[in-house]
Design a protein around this ligand. Structure first.
Ligand SMILES: [Zn+2]
Length: 179
């Protein structure tokens, strides 16, 4: 139901009827996410359950996503599997967000309307690490690049140069000793 996930919905009604949805949507169909997130053919499986808490509309958002992010160490794309589960309070204005009970994460739904995809996109953005990096050092391009440079240097015989420099140093010292 990825088409239905994009439809604007009246969250107040969904909260009153305690509506629940379960759907799967391609990451690149989510609104307002960084373009790289969806460039790896990623999918999000989501469960959204609406309800009421202290008069506010709330949603319990559970998601499992496979997306693509940019490693901030080697700047290469890397796959990221995420699982997130959190209740959010749905507010219609910034002022309502200020009045929200403490400890709740709030999501702004102007005029009480938001698509399920927008809700999931918001939750996904919050779940992605601020500075994602390859967890496996062997997979990270920065480590691989260092190994390549060392390998090339050895192949080109550059490793012999320190000895040449050492000989030069010894030569100088010998020269001084001779004086
Ligand atoms: Zn990396």
């Amino acid at each position: 139901m990825s088409g239905g996930a994009l439809k604007l919905r009246d969250l107040r009604k969904l909260a009153d009827s305690r509506a629940a949805f379960e759907f799967e949507i391609p990451v690149d169909k989510l609104p307002d996410i960084p373009p790289e997130f969806g460039s790896g053919d990623g999918q999000v499986q989501a469960q959204v359950r609406f309800g009421r808490e202290q008069g506010f509309a709330v949603a319990d958002v559970e998601l499992r996503a496979r997306l693509q992010v940019i490693c901030q160490r080697c700047m290469a794309p890397m796959p990221l599997v995420l699982e997130a589960h959190s209740p959010v309070l749905l507010v219609e204005t910034e002022r309502e967000a200020d009045e929200a009970p403490a400890g709740w994460e709030t999501i702004l739904a102007p005029e009480g309307r938001l698509s399920l995809a927008a809700l999931v996109a918001e939750e996904l953005r919050l779940a992605v690490p601020i500075v994602p990096v390859h967890a496996d050092p062997a997979a990270c391009g920065v480590q691989a690049a260092r190994a390549d440079v060392a390998g090339e240097a050895a192949e080109q015989g550059a490793m012999a140069r320190p000895f040449a420099e050492l000989r030069a140093l010894l030569g100088q010292r010998d020269g001084k000793a001779g004086n």
